[in-house]
Design a protein around this ligand. Sequence first.
Ligand code: ATP
Ligand code: MG
Length: 414
Amino acid sequence: MRQSFLFTKTRREAPSDETSKNAQLLIRAGYVHKEMAGVYSYLPLGLRVLNKITSIIREEMNAIGGQELVMTALQDKELWSRTDRWDDDKVDNWFKTKLASGGETGLAITHEEPLTRIMTAHVSSYRDLPIRAYQFQNKFRNEMRAKSGIMRGKEFLMKDLYSFDATQDAHDAFYTKAREAYVRVFKRAGIGEQTHVTFASGGIFSEFSEEFQTVSDAGEDLIYIDEKKGLAFNKEVLTDNVLAKFGVNRATLVEKKAIETGNIFHLGTRFSEQLGLTFKDEHGENKPVIMGSYGIGPTRLMGTIVEVLADEKGIVWPEEVAPFKMHLVSLAGSDEAVRAYADELYDDMQKAGIAVLYDDRDVRAGEKFADSDLLGMPWRVIVGKEALTSGALEVVNRATGEVEKKSRAAVLAL
Ligand code: ATP
Ligand code: MG
């Protein structure tokens, strides 16, 4: 994409009411637009990042047998009343509205209820199980706090997968596979090293759920890490009993602030019993389906990557989530020969299948470099006069700052 074509502009200042680093940088770089506190729109560059993140997650969910669907955001009051999650006394962050035709609806905070009901129309026998179904869908939560930028939106994207099994063993085996898939997602998204699988509270059907907590000072959670044993605990489960159970000594745990980027959960038969999702087993006996839920917030993940990897100059995208792999920066000015060289290199990059943002704008070199640092593409390729004489292109690695001269062929092979 030519930068002169991109309608978004970079800006020096973020809105004065925006305190989070992720939203400040993403707004300044033109990835997102702040509509109001905790409400953001995703502009072309931001959408490219989000699409990269969702592609990684989609691949990993499909690899463990996930089937993608998409459910409506509008929720049925009657259904949620059956699980006692409609009343504001029980769940305090619903957005609700009156229907013109009478009655009330709410915007989805999560989707256990509607998917469980959908499954009652499709599951009757053990032969129909297992099922793993997931979606990418906007969730709405009337969040009080709005100091974390896109990491805590009132409207945000969630990937939510739900598992339906006939036996506890089958559920447990899938849960383990889902955990491994999540580990791969965070690794591919470039924050694997900072992300800890963390024991958290589990509800009524299991002692623990597991959260994927990414260490960052911008985090709202506190976790306690046993580095030797490779274990981490959310503050809420850090009791003497739990420490004893894992043979962990409180004094050796390191306290860190962290961002909950994902959460996997044993649901047991809570929803299937309440909503009548049963199947006939091999002996013809009716049983409730055993469920699990597995959430990741792609928008929160995007904000987390910015928080964890950005430097004083701007955003640093890992290659797998970057909107473009390369930022081709032309210093042609009024030099037509350099411009022609840069244009041709841009064409060749596209032919080679390289995702490239081409800064073809007629602005000062200093401004181009500052914008390029802010935007954060993994590789910056600079085309100046030298390209015509010695054939050398200056290549800057955004993450390390390393600068190398490379030939045109070497750049195309990057
Ligand atoms: P938190 O405790 O931070 O409010 P949660 O435990 O309520 O989060 P879940 O219901 O487990 O969140 O949602 C699954 C995933 O969705 C979370 O792990 C997180 O990545 C993402 N998520 C939750 N709330 C938000 C939000 N307000 N904005 C962006 N992403 C969110
Ligand atoms: Mg959670």
